[in-house]
Design a protein around this ligand. Structure first.
Ligand code: CA2
Length: 144
C-alpha cells in the first residue's frame, strides 16, 4: 500500500476563516491543506485532502479508502454528531482513523459531546485549531 493519508473534511469546513474565529481560528481550509501538504512531504506521506458538504460523498470516499490509504484523518464537522452512515462506512473500511476537530467540542453545546466516530478512532484531537491536523500526521509518522 502507498504511503498515502486521506484527510477528509465535512460540512461547512469550506467556510473556515470567514466566521466564528473564536471557535475555529483564523485559518482557511486551504491554508490548513497547504500546511498538511508541507508536513506530509517532510514526513514522507502523500496527502489526499478533500472537503464535502454531502454526507453520501463522504461515505463513498471512506469506502474507496480501503487498500488505498494507510489512514484517514477525519473532521466530519457536524456529521460527527449525527452520522451512523459515516460510522458504518469507517467500520467496514478497516482503515485507521484519527478524529480531528478544530474546536474543543467538550467545552461547547451538549449535542457536540457525542461522536459517532470516536469509538472507531485510534485517537481524537480537538481544541488546537488547524494544528490538530498536523498533530495527527505526526502521530501517524511515529506509528509508521
Ligand atoms: O470543531 C470542529 O472542527 C467541528 O468539527 C466543526 C463543525 C462543528 O459542527 C463540529 O461540532 C466541530 C462545524 C464547522 C463549521 O465551520 C464554520 C466556519 C466558519 C463559518 C461557518 C462554519
Amino acid at each position: 500500500m502507498s504511503n498515502s493519508v486521506l484527510i477528509l473534511n465535512g460540512p461547512n469546513l469550506n467556510m473556515l476563516g470567514t466566521r466564528e474565529p473564536e471557535h475555529y481560528g483564523q485559518d482557511t481550509l486551504s491554508q490548513i491543506e497547504d500546511r498538511c501538504r508541507k508536513l506530509g512531504a517532510e514526513l514522507g506521506w502523500e496527502i489526499d485532502f478533500r472537503q464535502s458538504n454531502n454526507e453520501g460523498e463522504l461515505v463513498t470516499w471512506v469506502q474507496e479508502a480501503t487498500h488505498v490509504h494507510q489512514a484517514i484523518i477525519l473532521n466530519a464537522g457536524a456529521y460527527t454528531h449525527t452520522s451512523i452512515a459515516i460510522h458504518d462506512a469507517l467500520k467496514a473500511s478497516g482503515v485507521s482513523v484519527i478524529e480531528v476537530h478544530l474546536s474543543n467540542i467538550f467545552q461547547r453545546e451538549e449535542f457536540r459531546h457525542t461522536s459517532y466516530i470516536s469509538g472507531l478512532a485510534d485517537g481524537v484531537i480537538c481544541g488546537f485549531g488547524g494544528v490538530g491536523y498536523e498533530l495527527a500526521l505526526r502521530t501517524l509518522a511515529v506509528k509508521k
